[in-house]
Design a protein around this ligand. Structure first.
Ligand code: NAG
Length: 225
């Protein structure tokens, strides 16, 4: 069943337990998502120890291209993706996601760009790309890392505020979505029902002048990302 259908079913069957926005999300009015004016470029290996390849698209389409180039590709064959995915599996099992602190500045702007209905299939593909996620110079140059149209446009986006291009590790960027959707910007119909989907939205900035946004976004279907 599609996550939106599950949500609607839960809403219909649990009217005594309505969706309540986290208190912080009452303050800002929903803003349009920054315009997605660029496309994610993946630069990384498709086999362990292999040459870098350059591919374009969201996590979902990049992974499909990697698998068609290397049918035996598995993200667990790379340390960076194995570690990121193992951590996510652990947090799935615990039904909570840990906020990681490196150069991250913490989750903010809950609900500012709307709330997305994310499931593991939105976040895991970002954690599964073993290379770098390149985005051109900004400021405010934004790409979709992951975008799923599941009765609504649910997106994880990366925005670069540097003049120069950046290329953070893709799997690391996936952990920003975990932070946003596992912390104060996440809510669901009932505290015990966190998965198979998370209803969440927010933003996390990095000291390196980029940020990741979870929210609703217009899909540019002409570019198939
Ligand atoms: C692939 O690109 C990364 C930078 O994104 C670089 O650090 C690495 O050395 C490259 N690997 C190869 C095999 O060229």
């Amino acid at each position: 069943m599609k996550p939106l259908i599950i949500l609607l079913t839960l809403l219909a069957s649990a009217s005594s337990n309505p969706l309540a926005l986290p208190s912080e999300s009452k303050s800002p009015a929903v803003q349009p998502m920054p315009i997605i004016n660029s496309q994610l470029t993946y630069i990384g290996p498709i086999k362990p120890g292999g040459e870098n390849v350059t591919l374009h698209g969201t996590a979902q389409s990049v992974l499909a291209q990697i698998k068609s180039l290397n049918p035996s590709f598995h993200p667990d064959d790379f340390e960076v993706t194995r570690t990121a995915r193992a951590k996510f599996e652990k947090t799935l099992a615990k039904r909570e996601l840990e906020l990681q602190q490196r150069s991250k500045q913490g989750v903010t702007n809950c609900g500012l760009y709307g709330n997305a209905l994310l499931d593991a299939n939105t976040i895991i593909p970002i954690l599964s790309m073993p290379g770098a996620c390149y985005v051109g110079g900004g400021p405010r140059t934004c790409v979709h890392l992951s975008c799923v149209n599941d009765g609504g446009n649910n997106a994880v986006s990366l925005c670069n505020d540097n003049k120069a291009a950046i290329a953070p590790t893709c799997a690391y960027l996936g952990t920003y979505a975990q932070d946003i959707c596992g912390g104060k910007c996440a809510f669901s119909v009932d505290a015990g029902v966190f998965f198979p989907f998370i209803f969440c939205g927010g933003q996390e900035f990095d000291t390196d002048h980029y940020n990741v946004i979870v929210g609703t976004s217009l899909l540019d279907t002409s570019r198939r990302n």
